[in-house]
Each structure stands twice: as C-alpha cells, then as structure tokens.
Write a protein that binds this ligand. Sequence first.
Ligand code: BV8
Ligand code: ZN
Length: 241
Amino acid sequence: MMFDSIKDQIRDVKKIVFVTGAGISQESGIPTFRGKDGLWRNYDAMKLATINAFYDNPKLVWEWYNERRKNIFSAHPNEGHKAIADLEKYVDVVILTQNIDGLHQKAGSTQVLELHGSIVKIKCTVCDFKDEIMTDFSDSPPLCKCGNILRPDVVWFGESLPQDVWQEAIIHANQCDLMVIAGTSLVVSPANTLPIYAKQNNALLIEVNPEDTEMSLEMDLAIRNTSANTLPKLISLFREN
Ligand code: BV8
Ligand code: ZN
C-alpha cells in the first residue's frame, strides 16, 4: 500500500496543511502552467500574468481571464479536491493554494487560503473598489465607476502576495504535523518556501505528483501518481484510525 512506510507516523497527526497547485485541478479539465498547457493563443501564461502585459494590452489579458473563468465555472471538483474536503471530519485541515479556481471551496473545504487571489474577484487599478463577479463582462476591459479600468484581483508575477494571507499561511505551515504538497511544481516563490517552514517544525512532508519537483529530495515520501488517484487512499488511512 503506497503509504505503508509512514502509516505509523500518520496515526498521531492532528493538523494537516495541503499546499496545492494547478496539477490538483488538471483532472477537472483546467490546464496547468507547464508544457503545452502553459500556452494560451501561443502566449506564455507566465508572461501574460504580469502588470506589464496588462497595461500593454488590457483587452487581451481580460479575454484570457474571461476564457479561463468560463472554463472554471463549468469545471467540477475531482476526487482529489473531494478527499481533502472529506478529511476535515477526522483532523484539522488547512489548504494553502496557488490556484485561483475556487474548486477546493466548491468541494466543501472550509479553511482555504488563496495565495494568488481568485478568478471571481476584481478590483480597480486606481481606487479601492473591489467586487466579485459571477458573469462575463460585456465590454472588455470593463471600467470602474471612477472611470479607470478594472483588473482581475489575482497576484501577478512581480507583485507581492496579500500580506495578511501570506502571514497566516506561514503560521499554518509552522504549526502542521503533516504537509501534503499536491499538484505543484514548486517553481514559483514565495509559495515554494512553505515546505521549508513545515520542515522546520519537524512536520512530515508528502509529495503527490506524477513528476519530480524542485523539492522532491526534501520529501519524506513522494507519490508519483495523480492527486485524484492518490488522495482518497491517504484519507482512508485516517478513516481507519
Ligand atoms: C513576489 C495567479 C515579491 C495569476 C500566479 C527569479 C528567480 C526566482 C524568483 C523570481 C525571479 N524573478 C521573479 C521571481 C519571483 C516570482 C517567481 O517565483 N517567478 C518564477 C517563475 C521563477 N514570484 C513572484 O513574482 C511572486 N511575487 O515574489 O513578490 C517580488 C516582487 C518583485 C520581484 C521579486 C519578488 C508572485 C507569484 C504569483 C504569480 N501568480 N498565479 C494567474 O493564475 O493567472 S503564479 C501561477 O503559476 C499559479 O498560481 C502557480 O503559483 C504557478 C504555477 O505553478 P503550479 O501551480 O505548480 O503549476 P505548474 O504548471 O508549474 O505545475 C503543475 C504541477 O502539477 C507539475 O509538477 C505537474 O507534474 C503536476 N501535475 C500535473 N497533473 C497532475 C499533477 N499533480 C497531481 N495530479 C495531477 N493530475
Ligand atoms: Zn475605481
């Protein structure tokens, strides 16, 4: 059984922190940032998700987010998301996600910190107007009542994470007994430093990913399989407890 080597250590776990990335939503039909998935109309996703790209061509960047939002609104949580939500019955679970798709919350998870924002949130580029959107915008880019353009309320490369969210994420990482790193390449900082905080607290580190990541050598256990296949089996360990 894929968890035999750590079965005993898992028994006394009280708090689990999940660090998740695009891979956990891949089986829900949402493209990751890697490889061919990482391209939209031949634009590099990492280059589009920047303030410069937005000011160079706000219409293009809005179309990209409108298309992603449409795809995300029609997506459903997969067995990976559902297993994590189910785990809340047995132990304290906190999710630190790099995803802006809201699928953890849609699966029923109650403690989710969105490190890079959310695709349903928007904000003004000038005034402090913020809002949630549930439908597509007719005019693109949409304007704020102050006359300036609105932007997706997500964290773009070169922009700092919301400090309240980041500080809270560090606290959870410092307190957990087990950290499960699922569906992330751990390429992007500062999210990729969270396993280091957990390690400093002698937490058990488990990686769930079909491929190696930047920190595979730091892991106590690396499961080379998908999150939808793997996480339900991890959760069953706690059900038996
Ligand atoms: C910041 C929101 C202070 C928007 C995102 C040079 C060197 C080092 C760092 C930097 C550098 N230059 C700049 C930086 C800092 C930069 C950074 O880390 N760049 C990287 C590219 C090197 N970070 C920042 O800019 C951050 N801000 O640091 O502020 C500052 C400011 C100025 C200068 C310096 C510092 C802000 C980062 C947040 C950016 N916003 N998203 C949007 O989504 O549109 S990041 C976005 O990309 C995602 O949120 C996520 O974080 C990242 C993609 O990573 P993953 O989620 O891991 O996805 P990926 O495709 O990479 O991997 C998928 C994995 O899943 C793979 O391993 C695959 O094998 C696996 N997988 C696939 N299928 C499955 C699976 N696993 C399980 N099951 C499956 N079925
Ligand atoms: Zn405004």
